[in-house]
Design a protein around this ligand. Sequence first.
Ligand code: SF4
Length: 106
Amino acid sequence: MDTRDRMEEVGKNIDKHGADHQDGKALLDDYITREEIWACTSCNACTEACPINIDPLAIIVDLRRYAVMEESIAPGSINAMLGNVENNGAPWKYSPADRLNWAQES
Ligand code: SF4
């Protein structure tokens, strides 16, 4: 619904001022908060339930992707997980060489 509100506003601005008009607002932060995009569990229930095939999860995932890849802004727990994936090839903080240590524990 926030996306719809923003699209309606952008449409009105284009009608009034032309296609190049910038109003200085953005969907993320001015309409949808960062807390909202990270609160979603990606369960896809909203997409499954929508009677006219709107996919709200795609919007949420794209906003997350923008926040992480363009702004490098994400919650601390996600930054830690991404760092582990980058350094260890897995979301955990352990070295790949230690991955099978659990099998040797008695
Ligand atoms: S996928 Fe849709 S229904 Fe599921 S938590 Fe996210 S916004 Fe809510």
